[in-house]
Design a protein around this ligand. Sequence first.
Ligand SMILES: [Zn+2]
Length: 498
Amino acid sequence: MTTAPVAGGRSAALERYEAVVGIEIHCQLKTVSKMFCGCSTDIDGAAPNSRTCPVCLGLPGTLPTINKKAVEWVIATGYAIDAEIASTTRWDRKNYFYPDIPKGYQISQYQLPLAANGRLTFDTSDGPFTVRVRRAHLEEDTGRLIHAELGVAADGSPRRVSLIDFDRSGMPLMEIVTEPDIRTAEQARRYAEELRLLMRTIGASDAEMENGQMRVEANVSIRPRGREAFGTRVEVKNMNSMRAVERAIAFEIERQAGVIDGGGEIHMETRGWDEGRQSTYHMRPKEEENDYRYFPEPDLPPLIAAPEWLAEIKARLPELPAARRSRYVESLGLSAYDAGVIVNDPIASSVFEGVLQAEPKLPAKIVANWVTGELLRLVKGSDGNLDVSEIASLIKLVADGDISGTNAKEVLAEHLASGASVASIVEARGFRQISDSGALGAAIDSVLAANPAAVADYRAGKGAAVGFLVGQVMKATRGQANAGMVQTALRERLDEPE
Ligand SMILES: [Zn+2]
């Protein structure tokens, strides 16, 4: 029995062995209709088999039609990862038998994927890391098998049945396959996170792992350090969160090291991740590629992409996460850390951009501090009442010295909780600071007149006396004076020649 290794993949096994990991990710693409028919892709919560037609049920005599939007998403992804886009591609049949695939084959792309030879760079705890992406292609999803207990068998035991829901059958899927460049569990997780962010940024997929919109599989092998040849690889599936990706791969590296160290042999197999046990388990022997007997799909023509269409897709790409991070660092002067936190979080990103758009003169660093600190802490889970223009006005009030930072945090919390405007909260709570020099001057005059001893102390060289006097002014104004301005004004007055 191998013990669960530490997350991040730092382990004794990695001192002797090098892990070689490739990742395959399937993403459900955001389209209105399915890949090869007009059925709705709105299947979440739909009644089983309510989103089906003869095409996606695989009935004989039906013909597929290509969903143009799905093709565009794969091409857009290809451009986003610097891949080569094929101007001519075709469809292939991947043949295998399984109850959730009634045609007996899946329409996929084998020899000519839409995108090939790309790369994705992301940050890790050891610095930036680049993974080469071998290919990104388009295919159709399968139906879903549901194993359930229905009633009671003759012997009184629960009757086990398997049900099929074809709502998912024919949903557009993009498969993205890396080269075996990954060496640690952390790199694998970070790659998957960066790809998820990329999918959401370009809009190709919502990429929620929990509901299967993004499925991550890993091919894991190990080899003694210094050896060139790859070890036998094991495919790991059923990792339903980013944390599970990292844990499962780290576990699998340790497991394989344990088997080899014990004189055993690694077999080519598919293993599943058991979240409860935090370990992988044998599912089935792994099929070889030639078991699928790929051949060109006779019902679909080759796909020829006009150069103007490709150019249009490329031009529609938004600013990508990597470009945005470097813009924040290079043009706005943010730290690499802050830029990463903001870009990786969709709420932080849109608030940061929105605030700077509403108040372009605000220093970006101050906006970043608010967004990455108080705001992210408070909006955890819900951004229901968040109004970017209100956040902008709040940050401006602090930057202009009209309310204190401490009070601003309370205003932010109340705005997020109730949706009330920043101005009305500041007004109702009496948070507006006295920054008017006339009003402030009057308060300072009376404090100086009432505290001749402290004034004398200061002039005798006891600088600390100024702190006492600031406190007196704050007290006289019931805390509404701008403490910074009071400090400056007091010193000016005290340093005046008598
Ligand atoms: Zn259909």
